[in-house]
Write a protein that binds this ligand. Structure first.
Ligand code: NAP
Length: 234
C-alpha cells in the first residue's frame, strides 16, 4: 500500500562514541568517508538541518526587502532529478544560486518567516514548502516532498538535531552508519541523534542489521532497518 511518504534513510559518519563533528579526528580526507558511502545509497533527495546547510549556502547576508506581502503558500521553482532539502524554520540560509552541486534547493519553513525572506527565495528561484505555523510537522513535510517533487527516497544527512527530530517523529526507515575508528570524547558536541533532553516516556529506537562491511581498512559501514513495535522480540 502506498503510504504517501518517501522511504527515509538516515546516513551518518560517527565516532565510536557517536559524535559527528570531525574537527579533532585528524583524518586527511574526512569528506570521502561520508560522501563515497552516501553516493552508494540511491535517493531522490538529501535533507539536512539549518546548521549543516550553512556550510553550503551563501556566506553573505543580503538586505531583505519587506515590501509587498507574499502569500504563505508552497513555491515550486523548478523540478529536478535530485534535490537538496534544508530544515530552516525561521529562514536563516541565504542563496545566490538555487543549486547545491547538481541538486535543486528546497527550503522547509514555518509561517514565521518574513515576506522579505520569501521574496529573497523567489528571486533566487529556490523552492520552498511550509511545514507548520510556528513549529514543523515533519510527517506533513515529507508528504509534501513526495507530492510536490515526487521524492520517493529521502536520505537524511544530519546533523544530530535534524536526525533526532526525525527519529523522535518515528519517520526513519533505515539508518546507515559509517563507524569511524576514533573516540572523540568532546562533552557537549552533537551526537548522531539529538532527540530530547533527559528521559521522558519515549523509548529508544531498535534496529535490525541489514548489512555490515569493513571499509577503508578500519571503518565499518553498518546498515540497519528500524524495528517497529518491538518486532524482534528482544
Ligand atoms: N559526521 C557526519 O556524518 C555529519 C553529517 C552532517 C553534519 N555533521 C556536522 O553536524 C554539525 C551540525 O549538527 P547540529 O545537530 O548542530 O545541527 P543540524 O541538525 O544541522 O541543524 C539543526 C537546526 O536545524 C533546525 N531544525 C532541525 N530539526 C528541526 C525541527 N524538527 N524543527 C525545527 N527546526 C529544526 C533548527 O534550526 P534553527 O536553529 O534555525 O531553528 C536547528 O537548530 C556540523 O558540525 C556538521 O558539520 C556531521
Amino acid at each position: 500500500m502506498d503510504s504517501g511518504k518517501p522511504y527515509v534513510i538516515c546516513h551518518m559518519l560517527g565516532s565510536v562514541d557517536g559524535r559527528i563533528k570531525q574537527d579533532i579526528w585528524g583524518f586527511k580526507d574526512h569528506h570521502k568517508y561520508f560522501e563515497e558511502t552516501a553516493e552508494k545509497i540511491a535517493a531522490d533527495a538529501w535533507l539536512v538541518g539549518r546548521v549543516t546547510m550553512q556550510e553550503f549556502s551563501s556566506k553573505n547576508t543580503p538586505e531583505l526587502l519587506n515590501g509587498a506581502s507574499v502569500p504563505k503558500e508552497d513555491f515550486v521553482a523548478q523540478k529536478s532529478a535530485t534535490y537538496a532539502v534544508v530544515i530552516d524554520p525561521s529562514g536563516k540560509c541565504f542563496w545566490e544560486t538555487n543549486m547545491v552541486s547538481t541538486e535543486h534547493v528546497i527550503e522547509v519553513l514555518t509561517e514565521t518567516v518574513s515576506d522579505g525572506y520569501l521574496e529573497h527565495l523567489r528571486s533566487s528561484k529556490v523552492s520552498y514548502i511550509f511545514g507548520g505555523k510556528n513549529t514543523l510537522d515533519l510527517d506533513l513535510v515529507i508528504r509534501k516532498l513526495r507530492k510536490l517533487f515526487d521524492i520517493q527516497t529521502l536520505r537524511i544527512d544530519g546533523g544530530g538535531h535534524v536526525n533526532g527530530s526525525f527519529l523522535k517523529a518515528n519517520l526513519i526507515d533505515e539508518f546507515s552508519l559509517v563507524l569511524a575508528p576514533v573516540a572523540d570524547g568532546t562533552i557537549g558536541s552533537p551526537t548522531v541523534f539529538e532527540a530530547e533532553e533527559g528521559y521522558g516516556s519515549r523509548m529508544a529506537t531498535q534496529f535490525k542489521i541489514k548489512s555490515v562491511d569493513r571499509i577503508y581498512d578500519d571503518f565499518l559501514w553498518i546498515r540497519y532497518e528500524v524495528v517497529r513495535d518491538g518486532a524482534t522480540g528482544r
